[in-house]
Design a protein around this ligand. Structure first.
Ligand code: G3I
Length: 350
């Protein structure tokens, strides 16, 4: 056998052993570490992120993967209104800061979530009536205080979360009912004043496909851009469910927001299924993760993907949809599932 052929075969064998996780000597050990999802995404100029939540941070096996596999972190609850302003004018940054500090230690960026939402509001805010002037002042103070606190420490903000109904009409939230639709532009302007460098998003679920709800965002984004309101991106949460079918117009949808000069991101991805999970469902789930990753890579201004936590151990799904779950790329024992390998493949990894 010629020397070059022998070397090539030895190299291929070493690569196979490395892929199988078997060390083959000092040189191979150097290349043994597979690139992480974050590293693979970075090759495409994208990030790969995960949500996390404070109670989970005592789980060291969990935090090890959280700290190594991802380059963008979203606090699942720690920056929401109930956590950050539990009493009027009294701010508590404990949970948000803990996650920002951890991310900084791990050289990760933070997608901050969320300033204006109808859910998880403190009772001082929901238990009384407000005039429009009062509520506008409350909202402005909350946004400006929180965004100022995290100025320079976060990459982006989900400024307004879940503002529309499924039919594309405005959701009748405390904000809409009291302030009218202008609260969205106001919120974006106040956030921009408080941190001019943060990327400002509107974020919602069931807007992955082209349809009435995503059309409402398209129209609103167009109007806001025309009025020079500081909007930088649209977050598509992508809480998908096998029983409802894959949103096949996702890529077209991302593209039309890009054409408005906006970034897009898949911000809360999970793909749930009716339990028990089986090989066929896990294979379909993997296919969906592959497709959504490819859709993001295909559209220049789709800046990255965040899974809504990375392991089934800490998914929000079973508590809210009893009998459903297994939605994330790692299982409850933190073992990678077919979905994880499908994401890697879509990102060009082996
Ligand atoms: O803080 C209390 C705790 O004191 C209490 O002991 C415990 C008992 O159930 O509940 C705790 O509150 C829970 C909270 O998360 C913090 O852990 C709530 O019950 C629970 O409903 C809440 O769920 C969060 C959910 O938003 C609320 O709507 C999920 O963790 C969070 O992942 C989820 O995230 C949302 C995004 O913000 C927006 N898009 C949808 C997504 C999924 O619902």
């Amino acid at each position: 056998m010629r020397k070059t052929t022998r070397l090539r075969l030895a190299g291929a064998l070493a690569a196979a052993l490395v892929a199988a996780g078997i060390a083959t000597g000092p040189a191979a050990q150097a290349s043994q570490k597979q690139p992480t999802l974050a590293e693979l995404a970075q090759r495409h100029g994208r990030y790969f992120g995960s949500a996390t939540d404070n109670p989970e941070l005592t789980d060291t096996a969990y935090t090890a993967l959280l700290g190594s596999e991802f380059d963008m972190i979203t606090p699942g609850n720690g920056m929401k209104w109930y956590a950050t302003e539990p009493q009027q004018g009294v701010f508590d940054w404990t949970n948000g800061d803990q996650i920002v500090d951890l991310a900084r230690k791990n050289h990760q960026r933070v997608r901050a979530h969320t300033l204006v939402w109808h859910s998880q509001l403190p009772s001082w805010l929901t238990s009384r009536e407000w005039t429009a002037d009062e509520l506008r002042a409350v909202l402005k103070k909350h946004i400006q205080t929180e965004v100022r606190h995290y100025r320079g420490k976060v990459y982006s903000w989900d400024v307004v979360n879940e503002a529309f109904n499924e039919d594309g009409s405005y959701r009748e939230t405390i904000w809409y009912k009291t302030l009218g639709p202008g609260y969205i532009a106001d919120a974006l302007r106040w956030a921009h004043q408080a941190d001019p460098h943060a990327r400002l998003y509107l974020n919602d679920y069931n807007i992955e496909a082209v349809g009435p709800k995503s059309d409402a965002y398209y129209q609103l984004a167009k109007d806001l851009k025309a009025q020079h309101v500081p909007l930088n991106g649209i977050g598509l949460q992508a809480h998908l469910a096998l029983q409802y079918g894959y949103p096949t117009t996702l890529e077209d949808n991302l593209r039309r927001f890009s054409a408005l000069g906006l970034d897009t991101a898949l911000t809360e991805v999970d793909v749930r299924m009716i339990l028990p999970a089986d090989d066929a469902k896990l294979a379909t789930q993997a296919e969906w993760y592959r497709s959504l990753t490819e859709a993001c890579l295909a559209v220049r201004r789709c800046v990255g993907i965040t899974v809504w936590d990375y392991t089934d151990k800490y998914s929000w799904i079973p508590a809210v949809f009893p009998g459903e779950g297994a939605a994330l790329p790692w299982d409850e024992q933190l073992r990678p599932k077919p979905a994880y390998f499908a994401i890697r493949a879509a990102l060009g990894g082996k």
